[in-house]
Design a protein around this ligand. Sequence first.
Ligand code: PMP
Length: 462
Amino acid sequence: MQYSNPDKQTIQQWDRDFVWHPFTQHSVWNAGEPLVIVEGEGEFVVDADGRRYIDGISSMWCNVHGHRHPVINAAIKQQLDRVAHTTLLGLTHPPAATLAKRLVEIAPPGLAKVFYSDDGSTAVEVAVKMAYAYWHHRGRPGRRKFLALRNAYHGDTIGAVSVGCVDIFHSTFRPLLFEAMFAPSPYCYRCELGCDRSTCNLACAAAFEQILERNADDLAAVVVEPLMQCAGGMIAAPPGYLRRVREACDRCGVLLIVDEIATGFGRTGRMFACQHEDVSPDLMCIGKGLTNGYLPLSVTLATQEIYDAFLGGIDELKTFFHGHTFTGNPLGCAAALATLEVFESERLIESLGAKINLFNERLDRLAMSPHVGDVRRCGMLAGIELVAEKASRREFPYEMQVGAKVCMAARGHGLIIRPLGNTLVLFPPLCISPKNMERMFDAVEAAIKEVVPAIAGAEKLS
Ligand code: PMP
């Protein structure tokens, strides 16, 4: 059969001929040679030539316990021998019911119900629709706006884009979106309020509170990424910020949606980021690491109070009329149950401390590099912002693609990472060994040295 076992060159050709990649400018992609990944093992991915790379982005922020984990592989195979897919519309099945119970047990207090969907964007879409419909059913249809943060990223479906605020990604679509308000991003290195962290007294939280208080009667919910705005540039909020958001929502009677899609499942050192500040949201979105990144599955957790607002007679039309073909897919739920089992059997969260210390030591060293302007971090997540000039914090122009070039150079040192503009993102699987963590940082340091000084020199001359 001409389609079985095509060689690397054929795959690359078919890719260029037929695939439209996400977040990819194809005029650049088609001129390059796509890296073909054929295998994964633990914290490594392997290319078609047998070269091994540390998966420094956890295969798009998903993988926690490593690739080809025996427990998760076995759970999926077992489920496959029973049924691969059956629906949650009008039926139920053991993995969906069991996983819902497990998730409620480990979630922040107050979250009582699990609504399944397919990916992070749809989990946010569900949360936004639930919040809106909640007020509708409670007789307050005027509460229909959302407050989010600048630099927020919550996914790519239209509802998720409406509460997002990354201009490069979102500005084209503005006319299609529903109305949302945006408060300052807690981006201390480039504070939009012009404050300095040592004296600001969380002025960004005060600005958020003001917007919330002024608009409370029109607001359905606040949506935030807890502790770290990830896709907007790995922006770490100062300690106490999230708690202030929760308290302000409580004062104003506005729902709080916490988007833990990137930060959930141990990335920040706790199972969920909002647990660092003892925050319980009204709605919480999780995905990515939920299945160890094996299968597309996500969840929106809701409080009993929100769930109860949707109860009523059939004719009252309070039913949540929303669901996808693959809502609660059994293979995905089986993978998620196994993922949670590994968290428990390996006592992963409890054992992360030493690894996070090493992560921080190496980040401190990177922060000393001449073109590293800012290192932002939380648990095992980090953003390394490269600058043209450290003293003035001058940025490299976007079109110089400094981040992208450093990431390409890192491949030569056996590391896969991706940038967000001028910021390098480190998002390794939590299972990474200390030795490979060191290798990851060695590769980052080498790639920065190879690429950045030359570009900085050219930038100065231009
Ligand atoms: N929310 C956050 C915080 C994310 O980081 C992402 C994806 N990077 C999403 C939502 C969207 O998730 P997905 O790509 O699975 O739709």
